[in-house]
Design a protein around this ligand. Structure first.
Ligand code: ADP
Ligand code: MG
Length: 231
């Protein structure tokens, strides 16, 4: 069994449908999706050590099967610059999680690299009852949430289809750069769409997947949050 199969079968055994962020990101890495460096800490001290290894500033996040939307639960702290800030952030996140749900099962606190700001894009997948797994692309924030400016294709997609998905959104000119935002690496986004296509095609047990957001840089991309829901 490879890592992806192991993670999926472990989740199944424990009756979990939503994979934890570190699990989803491990699977993403196996498929060539570029994610922020991360480690799961079990103590304040460990979180501080991991933060130093990863390099400041870091982001801390709650890892709990009972907390799907981490920021709603006060479970995300960004831009922590020192060991002291990491230790304080660690206990704050645990406090917040307990306030949000008294009996939340906590698997640890994720320490991860803080990705620099860039144009945010979203890659998702859902299953169409008729056509099977479909891939979605859009730009982050209001473009997807408010304007529903997204494109869809049935998986698996070709490189050309991936490029069409990107060019097909109305907000596409934003990826060419505007004002003081540099152009985004469209080829790198194409490669991430193809990686998602391969992952969901090889693993039909994935019901939904969300890379939200991926930072689209001048060179390369980085996914800061990944969610995978199993059938
Ligand atoms: P949620 O479960 O609430 O969606 P996220 O992991 O998406 O939690 O974190 C919330 C927001 O915090 C993200 O949309 C992003 O803007 C910011 N963020 C999270 N992780 C990082 C990171 N590693 N680097 C930079 N920003 C991040
Ligand atoms: Mg998110």
């Amino acid at each position: 069994m490879n890592k992806t199969e192991q993670i999926i079968s472990q989740a199944r055994k424990e009756g979990r449908k939503a994979l934890l962020e570190p699990e989803a990101k491990t699977i993403c890495t196996e498929y060539g999706i570029s994610v922020t460096k991360f480690k799961v800490a079990q103590t304040q001290e460990e979180a501080a050590v991991f933060a130093e290894e990863i390099g400041f500033p870091v982001v801390l996040k709650i890892v709990s099967e009972d907390i799907i939307h981490k920021s709603d639960a006060g479970g995300v702290k960004v831009n922590l610059k020192t060991k002291e800030e990491v230790k304080a952030g660690y206990s704050k996140i645990l406090d917040n999680a307990k306030k949000y749900k008294v009996d939340a099962r906590i698997a640890g606190v994720l320490v991860q690299e803080m990705a620099p700001q860039a144009t945010e894009v979203i890659i998702g997948s859902v299953k169409d009852p008729q056509f099977g797994p479909a891939i979605m692309f859009g730009l982050g924030g209001i473009f997807v949430e408010l304007l529903k400016d997204v494109t869809f294709r049935i998986a698996p997609i070709t490189e050309q289809e991936a490029a069409e998905m990107i060019r097909g959104v109305k907000a596409y000119p934003m990826l060419n750069g505007y004002r003081n935002t540099p152009p985004a690496d469209v080829d790198a986004i194409v490669s991430q769409l193809l990686a998602v296509s391969k992952l969901i095609t090889e693993h039909p047990e994935i019901k939904e997947l969300d890379l939200n957001p991926l930072m689209a840089y001048e060179k390369g991309t980085k996914t800061v949050d990944a969610r995978i829901i199993l059938e």
